[in-house]
Write a protein that binds this ligand. Structure first.
Ligand code: NDP
Length: 593
């Protein structure tokens, strides 16, 4: 059923938030915030520079790097090194230690390589320390620590035509002559700050959530209460997925908590529970892959006998699928319009429920009203929590709704919203991570290919790949990611597992045939791009309220679309396609020489 009033409300809420500066409303951490890019968790240490030839350098030791390294080791390629700025493996789970951090996707499918490492998660959704421990277990299981260069930043990656190798240099004067380079630096790794007037003038402690300062708050990532916040006035800017997890803990610890909200998140039920470790014994070997595929199938609107994970993510997609089926059952033709209408109707009902849930939980009617999200659910990252809305019932928690405008000024004493000033002792900045900015800026180094062009330059009009992982003009380089591939945002590590299978197969094949250079052909890359650009995309809908899912509300030009594009048929179609491509063994579109 068409709901013009709701559409008008959504558009009005979007329009309030549209702004001409898009990504430029954010700034890089500089000045007092420059230390944000440092590692506060590991003591600095000295080591001798390394100068060597090796098969593979993996940039980034988060799940992307770890999974790719594990699959390479399984394929018999062991002279490899993980390199990471962080003092340990784990990536986002190394950096993000904010209170309440946990996976938003069920641990049974989120934690990669569970069977290979003989691990079982303790709960349906596990806390960050358990995820970090799992990352370390992967490194231990596959012997990845031996070669790992941790607390080491890449400074330059440059092709050497004479040796057909990448020369990788680091801030520890290492020179690594790698046959292959795999970048696994994740889609959201570089913290960004709102470029609001006076942010750096705040006199009290201020930190970004990805570098939580427990020396200020007390407590620790294991959940020990943050006693140093007792009696303090704490402010938090932002209400995205990170803030939704951190706010309940801040609300419990702070004297008073001021939540500065620009756009409310949609927050559905979490339904977390312990898992009996013996239960895993009832599962057949290969269960994790089956569960991951079951989830991915449902996420892409497919059918399975059973919804194994059964959570908020599959609830969304199952409803959309069932609405399409019902429409077709009622005589509609299966066209993009039918799908769009059914999708819209299912989404409207879901968001009605999300808004009703707020009314049922939040006692103060004005606060409840201000917490209601007025947009389609997949316009922004869906959140799940059984503690977030409840936190607003604590007497010390104050929602400061900025009516879509956001915090615009900070001074030494606190935060301004309109003409009202909120004095604060501590300021927490939950403003997220760079997305869609230049690849060189995000990673902090450039990759220079055989033609002397950097990857940033090569992609200045948008990302170009074959299968989301290889780029013509950049031989022996693999990008481990989601974009232009499966784009399964609801279970990021699953993308890496499938990508790692492909990369390991290509590298092993290169060895077999004695190839020193492996490169996507220009034709194959072009064909892949046009397939992607002609396919429909759920993301980047211009009617959505702004955020990193839709280029911050700026026009979705070809470059922005390429940064968000996924395989037209969805994740499972991509996995099936790439599996068949790999198994065929001819690696069409890739030149081995
Ligand atoms: P987000 O980019 O999602 O959120 C940033 C928040 O800051 C938004 O609420 C934004 O408002 C707000 N904001 C920005 N500028 C201002 C301003 N001037 N005044 C007030 N508010 C402002 O970052 P997160 O760190 O929350 O999450 C990033 C991503 O990381 C998630 O989308 C998710 O993919 C991932 N993540 C995953 C988790 C998991 O799996 N467990 C947990 C946490 C994060 P607005 O919405 O209006 O732009």
């Amino acid at each position: 059923m068409e709901r013009p009033d709701l559409r008008a409300k959504y558009r009005a809420e979007r329009d309030k938030r549209l702004r001409p500066d898009g990504n430029d409303q954010y700034m890089e951490p500089t000045g007092r915030f420059a230390s944000l890019l440092d590692d506060p968790y590991t003591e600095p240490f000295e080591r001798e520079p390394i100068d060597e030839e090796l098969s593979v350098v993996l940039i980034g030791a988060g799940f992307a790097g770890l999974i790719h390294a594990a699959r390479l080791v399984q394929a018999g390629i062991t002279d490899l090194r993980l390199v990471d700025k962080a003092g340990d493996v784990g990536g986002v789970w190394y950096w993000n230690r904010y209170p309440g951090a946990q996976c938003d996707t069920a641990a049974m499918i989120y934690l990669p390589l569970l069977e290979e490492t003989g691990t079982v998660p303790s709960r349906k959704y596990v806390r960050a320390p358990e995820i970090f421990a799992h990352a370390k277990r992967i490194a231990e299981t596959f012997g990845l620590y031996e070669g790992a260069l941790l607390s080491t930043g890449i400074t330059d990656v440059r092709w050497d035509a004479a040796s057909s190798r990448w020369i990788v240099r680091t801030d520890r004067d290492d020179t690594l002559r790698a046959r292959f380079v795999i970048t696994g630096t994740g889609p959201l790794s570089r913290p960004k700050l709102p470029a609001v007037e006076g942010l750096d003038t705040f006199a009290g402690p201020a930190f970004h959530t990805s570098r939580w300062d427990y020396s200020v708050t007390g407590g620790n990532p294991d959940g020990t209460p943050m006693t140093a916040l007792a009696g303090k006035r704490v402010g938090i800017i932002g209400t995205g997925a990170t803030a939704v997890q951190a706010i309940p803990h801040l609300a419990e610890s702070a004297g008073e908590l001021f939540v500065f909200q620009r756009t409310p998140s949609s927050v559905d039920a979490r339904g977390n529970h312990d898992i009996d470790p013996d239960w895993f014994d009832t599962l057949e070997p290969g269960w994790q892959s089956e569960w991951q595929m079951n989830f991915a199938t449902l996420q892409t609107g497919g059918f399975t006998d059973e919804d194994l994970v059964k959570d908020g993510w599959t609830d969304i997609s199952n409803r959309i699928r069932d609405a399409v089926v019902a429409a077709v059952g009622a005589g509609a033709e299966l066209t993009p319009e039918t799908i769009a209408t059914a999708f819209g109707e299912a989404d409207d009902l879901k968001m009605d429920e999300i808004r009703a849930r707020i009314e049922a939980i939040v006692e103060d009617p004005a606060t409840a009203e201000a917490l209601k999200p007025w947009y389609r659910q997949l316009c922004k990252r869906p959140c799940f929590s059984d503690e977030y809305l409840e936190a607003y019932n604590l007497p010390g928690t104050h929602l400061i709704d900025t009516d879509g405008k956001g915090v615009h000024r900070v001074d030494a004493e606190g935060v301004w919203v309109g003409d009202r000033h909120y004095p604060l002792d501590v300021l927490v900045i939950a403003s997220g991570f760079e997305f869609g900015t230049d690849v060189g800026r995000r990673s902090g180094y450039e990759i220079t290919g055989p033609a002397g062009t950097t990857l940033s330059e090569h992609w200045s009009d948008g990302m170009r790949t074959l299968h989301g992982m290889q780029t013509h003009g950049f031989p022996n380089l693999f990008v481990a990611g989601l974009t232009q591939a499966a784009n399964l945002i609801s279970n990021v590590p699953h993308n890496y597992v499938e990508s790692a299978n492909t990369v390991a197969a290509i590298v092993a094949h290169a060895r077999e045939v004695g190839a020193t250079e492996v490169e996507a052909t220009a034709e194959a890359e072009e064909k892949w791009l046009s397939l992607l650009m002609n396919g429909s995309a759920l993301f980047g809908n211009p009617d959505c309220t702004p955020g990193y899912y839709n280029n911050e509300g700026r026009p979705i030009d070809d470059s922005a679309r390429r940064a968000m594009a996924g395989y037209p048929g969805g994740a499972v179609a991509y996995f099936t396609h790439i599996d068949a491509w790999r198994r065929k063994g001819t690696f069409e579109g890739v030149d081995f020489r």
